[in-house]
Design a protein around this ligand. Sequence first.
Ligand SMILES: *Cc1c(COP(=O)(O)O)cnc(C)c1O
Length: 395
Amino acid sequence: MFVYADNAATTCVSRAALDAMLPYLLEDYGNPSSLYAFGQKAQEGLQKARETVARCLNAEPREIYFTSGGSEADNQAIVSAARVGARHGKKHLISTKFEHHAVLHTLDKLRKEGFEVTLLDVHEDGVVRLEDVEAALREDTCLVTVMFANNEIGTVQPIAEIGALCRERGVPFHTDAVQAAGHMPIDVKAMNIDMLSLSGHKFHAPKGVGVLYAKRSLPLFPLIEGGAQERGKRAGTENVAGIVALAAALEESCAHMEENTAKIIPMRDRLFAELSKIPHSKINGSLEHHVPGTVNMCFEGIEGESLLLLLDREGICASSGSACTSGSLDPSHVLLSIGLPHEVAHGSLRLSIGEYNSMDQIEHILEVVPRVVAYLREISPVWDALEKGEQPHLI
Ligand SMILES: *Cc1c(COP(=O)(O)O)cnc(C)c1O
């Protein structure tokens, strides 16, 4: 059985998204900037997509900028706020320790350019505290950026509360909502969000297309210079088919959000309930504030990478919090941020499921994971030492 359980990494393209984009590849392929009527068809597709995305977020169409994905949107939002801040002598930014690298690395770059960055603790439950945001705010703060939902552990942050606080203090607020868009209700007005990033491929649109929402009054600076596309804020001929697909996928996800959630939650809960029975295992992140589909657990005495390789052999695509696959031996910064010791963080497993998964697939995962964990422990010198009491169990 093949089980794709890595929907937080990327998703399949939905039929609705594919159907929406095909005409813009095969028939209406004109350049939206062209003056002839043929190009105008593409322009109209773009405009309709902008209106659809705006409606899904409760924004205005002119506040929607299409980008190449979540990373670009994060970069542009943060760099723009920093440039505006610098003009007014405000060079302090606030974020959290467990943001996506698109945010953290952009902040690192700004730090090297003389900005000060405060990274807030996310505590053991993986949720940032409003008091901590409040305490970090300064006269010279030019941006607060806190992710909506974490991509590794799925915890959801108090976005509306942070938005209200920032609005009261007159500080721009950005959220990386890549893991939330299409999966949880988002209302940029009600939540006082000034800037928001999302990415199509996390909700069944193709890869390489995303959105930066920026409130009308906020100045944006282009990262890419060239033509006047996206009202001068993002040069380059628009990815019309991808943009149209993103809008169709977002509309579909938002229209079916309740039924998708109702389908996903019992599968997720079954995974949590059964996998927690494995001795010396631990659920990462608060389940109280959680996106529907993400399950992140640690199993003591094993290596996440070995677990993933063996799961792959049994047809299961999953991921580990650890960055070892990318050539680094450091465990995930997210798992360390919630206070896990290195040894424990190394044995992590992320299963992220969606509406395309079935309970049969969950049963397959539940048949395989405990068996593979037991096997890896059998051959693990670390587990041996733990069992002999030479080392204390940490979980
Ligand atoms: C996937 C992801 C991104 C990056 O989006 P891309 O479209 O792949 O650039 C950014 N932030 C979070 C939280 C993500 O999960």
